[in-house]
Design a protein around this ligand. Structure first.
Ligand code: DP6
Length: 355
């Protein structure tokens, strides 16, 4: 179990007086898919409930950084951010906010002038949350940078601090640091869980989840109608807010038990209930919004029919969008391929699996 850290633990010691002139770093981080959803937050990225996710393997952000020592450290963080070869001002704005939040925890940040170059291994506007992998990769760079200046941290602390920083960029990014299954957010029954950072699943995982698949069916690759940040804000005044908190807490316990024992039926029931509840919360907020498309429902209904007929363990989850994530054990790959070919023959697909 990971020991509990407090905010104070993430403050760094004084920098040495002789800093290296230039530092070059490269890190990558995968995306993740939440099974117990994070929806609703308060203060500075404090989640309303604990969430649980699978870390993916293939869908990653790869980021390189070059830091050159400034003559004199400034009050600002000086940087440029290039995405897929081009300077990206939209990302710079988001990263500027992020750096404002984390500068106190990475004291060397303002002593250097930065250039970041980043790319994703998954297609542009594929509906995969690139903010999760993007902020996780950036946070890992900051941790490597800090260790270059201050000496190596132990692996667990470096990862926990990277998760702590990543959370301040995007909540779900906190869950993209550790492989496998991550939990972010304090839960009364999960020792070591924290609102400040994610932890690796602190229990035995049943082998049925080894190499577990997440195939992302790209129903719609357009820009999101509502950003997650706007969506989270709508939960503040949502009439079902308190019910959501208690259902999420119970669902977490049930899902954890299913992951330990390999009970796929219970696993699927909870995962699908969470996906539908996320969208139900969106559809009942004020203003409401509907992110599912006709093909989203078509696929869900066909999947349920097929599952009932053939008793196969294939389940769905949804993110804040129309795309459907199909979750299933390795053994079902061929059958799922056939099923999709029959239901949505032209559809684009990203075939990923749990790291
Ligand atoms: C529906 O992490 O994107 O994907 O913290 O505002 O950046 P911010 O939100 P974000 O929210 C993700 C919401 C979700 C569910 C989840 O990943 O848990």
């Amino acid at each position: 179990m990971i020991k509990q850290f407090s905010i104070e633990d993430f403050r760094s010691p004084q920098l040495p007086s002789n800093l290296p002139e230039a530092i070059q770093l490269r890190e990558e981080a995968p995306s993740n898919i939440a099974l117990i959803k994070y929806w609703g937050k308060s203060g500075l990225q404090i989640p309303m409930n604990a969430s649980l996710s699978f870390t993916l393997s293939e869908s990653k952000t790869v980021t390189g950084a070059r830091a050159v020592l400034r003559e004199k450290a400034g009050d600002d963080v000086r940087f440029e951010f290039y995405f897929e070869g081009r300077r990206n001002k939209d990302f710079e704005k988001k990263i500027h906010t992020f750096f404002g939040r984390i500068a106190d925890y990475i004291p060397g940040l303002k002593a250097y002038e930065w250039r970041f170059e980043s790319r994703n291994t998954f297609p542009h506007s594929s509906g995969i949350a690139s903010s999760a992998s993007g902020f996780a990769a950036l946070s890992k760079i900051l941790l490597s940078f800090e260790q270059t200046l201050l000496g190596t941290y132990d692996d667990t602390f470096a990862s926990v601090k990277a998760s702590f920083l990543a959370r301040l960029g995007s909540g779900s990014a906190s869950r993209s640091i550790f492989p496998g299954i991550n939990i972010w957010g304090h839960h009364p029954d999960i020792p070591g869980s924290s609102d400040l950072y994610a932890i690796p699943f602190p229990y035995e995982v049943h082998p049925v989840f080894d190499h577990f698949r997440d195939w992302i069916v790209l129903i719609d690759s357009g820009k999101k109608q509502v950003s997650s940040t706007q969506g989270h804000a709508l939960i503040d005044t949502h009439p079902f807010k308190n019910q959501r908190i208690s259902v999420a807490e119970k669902n977490m316990n049930t899902l954890i038990a299913a992951i330990k024992t390999g009970d796929l039926e219970v696993f699927g029931r909870i995962v699908e209930a969470e996906a539908l509840m996320l969208h139900a919360l969106m559809m009942t907020s004020e203003p409401d919004f509907i992110l599912m498309k006709p093909d989203t429902l078509h696929l869900i209904l066909e999947l349920r029919r097929w599952r009932a007929d053939e008793k196969i363990p294939v389940f769905f989850t949804l993110d804040a969008g129309a795309n459907v994530h199909l979750l299933f054990p390795d053994s079902q790959v061929n059958r799922v391929e056939h099923f999709l070919g029959a239901i949505l023959p032209q559809v684009k697909l990203i075939r990923d699996f749990v790291q």
